[in-house]
Design a protein around this ligand. Structure first.
Ligand SMILES: *[C@@H]1O[C@H](CO)[C@@H](O)[C@H](O)[C@H]1NC(C)=O
Ligand SMILES: *[C@@H]1O[C@H](CO)[C@@H](O)[C@H](O)[C@H]1NC(C)=O
Ligand SMILES: *[C@@H]1O[C@H](CO)[C@@H](O)[C@H](O)[C@H]1NC(C)=O
Ligand SMILES: *[C@@H]1O[C@H](CO)[C@@H](O)[C@H](O)[C@H]1NC(C)=O
Length: 424
């Protein structure tokens, strides 16, 4: 083998390249090899899995990518999906594109045969997110697993819902589903096994995984899941169809595209530029909590998500018991408190981690969209253990309230639902 390789060097000049081609079911790809933790990791960046969702395909369900004839070079990460600057994760506009449905793969060499594959789904509140800064090489090398990262549309481009096949809602989840199916169908050629596929993700990525666990379309393409700090049934990961439709129509109106017919509205929305549309999804004067103005997963017009998550959690037919690891990020809300206080220009300094009792009550509406009476009941409940004194830190209590409502409780519900099915 070595000798053959050695000779090839002179004949073809690029021995490494010979060994980093894979014939996928849609065509050949050529990546590169890099050394990570003294292991060789075959790397493929920018593998297309869908037709570019541009022009007439904007807002539509993704179409599987056409077969290609020549060898596709997959050595550089493709651009991130169009997105606004939000949550401090700003991807520069020049690194964004509406043509963004690609996946990356890191395949460690040596070690076990028929490796496990792990598919990462990024976070970002269904508003932002990118695979450019999620490098899977260290995980691949250290855990001897094939790591994939996939991209999906966010914001109106990924989740606009007009109750019509032209904008069915959940396009971003369908992007993920198509990528997962492609990985499943090609996994052998990467050195993996169809029966050893795990999805993992955090926040919006975790909620997405929860949707795939329920989805009759995607649940057959993976066997295990790691859900970090979010679930499908939460305030920032689901809109009822009524709210999703209101959000869609309000958005179309705001950008001057509301027409008497859905087709007319869509035609206008398709004529605007993608970076403008994704920027305008964040209103200039957002009402807290900012999340609730965004385009989110819903019960879509194509039944990718067939029922509200709260119903799916109760429906034994939608629950496929699988090995599941769930958890939550400690102090999840501290990031969002800082973010909201900045965006809404609230004159309270939270950066030193100290707030007064009055400031605590001023900030509670950031955690939940509820009446003042409800918020007061919640606050009293969390302060009760310290009565008649004061809690050591009001910001910690605020953090607990917001983290419980938005992240921890939904995750605990998932654990409770699946635990009775666990084989221990
Ligand atoms: C933008 O893309 C360039 C070229 O791919 C890359 O070097 C740079 O790190 C990217 N910037 C960010 C902030 O992702
Ligand atoms: C969506 O359209 C269907 C069929 O026209 C209708 O029954 C349903 O109520 C609509 N959903 C919403 C949220 O308006
Ligand atoms: C999109 O619109 C913005 C604002 O008008 C402009 O700066 C940008 O160049 C446009 N992008 C494209 C790709 O046309
Ligand atoms: C809740 O209380 C705040 C501050 O006292 C007040 O500005 C706001 O209007 C109240 N909201 C509602 C819905 O009553």
């Amino acid at each position: 083998m070595f000798l053959r390789c050695f000779m090839w060097i002179f004949l073809i000049s690029d021995c490494i390249a010979i060994r980093t081609k894979i014939r996928t079911k849609t065509g050949k790809i050529e990546g590169f090899t890099q050394s990570v933790l003294s292991k060789e990791v075959k790397t493929f960046l920018g593998i297309p899995f869908a037709e570019p969702p541009i022009g007439d395909l904007r807002f539509k369900e993704p179409l599987p990518v056409d077969k290609w004839q020549n060898i596709k070079q997959t050595k550089a990460c493709q651009k991130a999906c169009s997105q606004p600057e939000a949550f401090g994760t700003a991807v520069p506009v020049e690194n964004q594109s509406e043509d963004c449905l690609y996946l990356n793969a890191w395949v460690p060499q040596g070690g076990s045969k028929q490796k496990h594959a792990m598919i990462w789904i990024y976070f970002g509140g269904f508003i932002v997110g990118d695979i450019q800064r999620n490098d899977g090489k260290v995980l691949a090398a250290s855990a001897d697993v094939i790591v994939f990262t996939l991209s999906y549309r966010t914001g109106p481009l990924g989740f606009l819902y007009l109750n019509d096949t032209g904008a069915p809602g959940n396009m971003g989840l369908m992007d993920q589903g198509l990528a997962i199916e492609r990985i499943y169908n090609n996994i052998k050629r990467f050195g993996g096994n169809r029966k050893k596929i795990t999805l993992f993700g955090q926040s919006a990525g975790a909620a997405s995984i929860n949707y795939h666990m329920f989805s009759s379309v995607t649940q057959r393409y993976f066997q295990k899941a790691i859900i970090m700090s979010a679930a499908a049934d939460s305030y920032f990961t689901y809109h009822s169809p009524e709210v999703a439709l209101d959000t869609g129509i309000a958005f179309a109106t705001e950008v001057g595209c509301k027409e008497s017919t859905v087709e007319g509205t869509l035609q206008c929305l398709r004529s605007l530029n993608a970076s403008m549309l994704s920027t305008l999804q964040l209103p200039p004067n957002p009402k807290p909590p900012v999340f609730f103005r965004s385009h989110l997963p819903t019960v879509d017009a194509l039944s990718f998500v067939s029922e509200p998550p709260a119903e799916l959690l109760k429906d034994p037919f939608s629950i496929r018991p699988i090995p599941l690891l769930v958890g939550a990020v400690k102090n999840e809300l501290s990031f969002f408190i800082t973010y909201f206080v900045g965006v809404l220009q609230i004159p309270i300094n939270v950066l030193d981690g100290i707030i007064t009792r009055d400031e605590f009550f001023d900030l509670i509406p950031l955690t939940l969209d509820a009446s003042n009476e409800t918020l007061k009941v919640i606050a009293d409940y969390y302060l009760a253990p310290y009565m008649p004194g004061e809690p050591p830190s009001y910001i910690d209590v605020l953090n607990d309230i917001g983290s419980d409502i938005n992240f921890r409780c939904p995750v605990i519900e998932i654990a409770k639902t699946y635990f009775p099915h666990a084989k221990l």
